[in-house]
Design a protein around this ligand. Structure first.
Ligand code: UDP
Ligand code: MG
Length: 194
C-alpha cells in the first residue's frame, strides 16, 4: 500500500493537494483536522474538548488523534493506501503511527513536505478565514501561535523521517496544478511495499 504523510505548516495547501492525490492514486484522505471539526459540529465530548484547544491554535492530545487514526486503519478501506493530512504533528504521534502500521504489516512510504514561507502562510490563512468560518483562521495572533506550535512541536518530524530516508521537501508555491505535479512525481518515484 501507498501511505503518504503530507506535511507542512498551516496554510501550506495540504488539504487542497491531498484531494487531488486521492483521486489520482485511489487513496483515502485522512485529515485529523477535518475529523476534529466534525466532532465539534456534532458537539461530542471529544469535540467539546478539542474546540477549546483548536480555538487557541494549540494541539489536541496525542492519545485523542492517534485513537481516531487507529479506528480508521482497523476498517478495510478498499483503497490503495492512505494520505495522512495534518497528522502526525508530534514525534510521539509519528512513533505511534509507525507502530500502528506495523500491526497492519504496513509502513509510511514517504513524507512529502510542502514548503511555504511564513508571510505567505499568514496571507493564505487570513484569506481562507474570510470564507471558511474557521475562528482559528481569522485572528493573526492565533495563526502565529499555530505556526509557532508547528515550528516547535511538528518540525522535529523532519529529522524523524529524514533518519528513515523518507523526507521529501516539495516547493509549495506556484499554481495548484504545478504543485500537484511536483507531488505526483515524488510519489511515483517512491518504493512501495505492497
Ligand atoms: N489539530 C490537532 N491535531 C491534529 C489535527 C488538528 O491538534 O492532528 C488541531 C490544531 O489545533 C490545529 C487545528 O486542529 O491548529 C486545525 O488543524 P488542520 O490540520 O485542519 O489545519 P491546517 O493546518 O490544515 O490549517
Ligand atoms: Mg488542512
Amino acid at each position: 500500500m501507498l501511505n503518504i504523510v503530507l506535511f507542512g505548516p498551516p496554510g501550506a495547501g495540504k488539504g487542497t493537494q491531498a484531494q487531488l492525490l486521492v483521486e489520482h492514486f485511489n487513496l483515502k484522505h485522512l485529515s485529523t483536522g477535518d475529523m476534529l471539526r466534525d466532532e465539534i459540529s456534532r458537539k461530542t465530548d471529544l469535540g467539546i474538548q478539542a474546540k477549546a484547544l483548536i480555538d487557541k491554535g494549540e494541539l489536541v492530545p496525542d492519545a485523542i488523534v492517534c485513537g481516531m487514526i487507529e479506528k480508521i486503519l482497523e476498517n478495510n478501506c478498499g483503497c490503495t493506501g492512505f494520505i495522512f493530512d495534518g497528522f502526525p504533528r508530534t514525534v510521539a504521534q509519528a512513533v505511534a503511527l509507525d507502530e500502528l502500521l506495523v500491526r497492519f504489516k504496513q509502513n509510511v512510504s514517504g513524507m512529502l513536505a510542502l514548503e511555504v514561507d511564513k508571510q505567505e502562510l499568514i496571507d493564505r490563512l487570513l484569506e481562507r478565514g474570510k470564507t471558511s468560518g474557521r475562528a482559528d483562521d481569522q485572528d493573526v495572533s492565533i495563526i502565529e501561535n499555530r505556526i509557532d506550535v508547528y515550528n516547535t512541536k511538528t518540525m522535529p518530524l523532519i529529522d524523524y523521517y529524514s533518519a528513515q530516508q523518507k523526507f521529501y521537501p516539495v516547493k509549495g508555491v506556484g499554481s495548484i496544478a504545478e504543485i500537484s505535479e511536483r507531488l505526483k512525481a515524488v510519489i511515483e518515484g517512491l518504493t512501495v511495499v505492497l
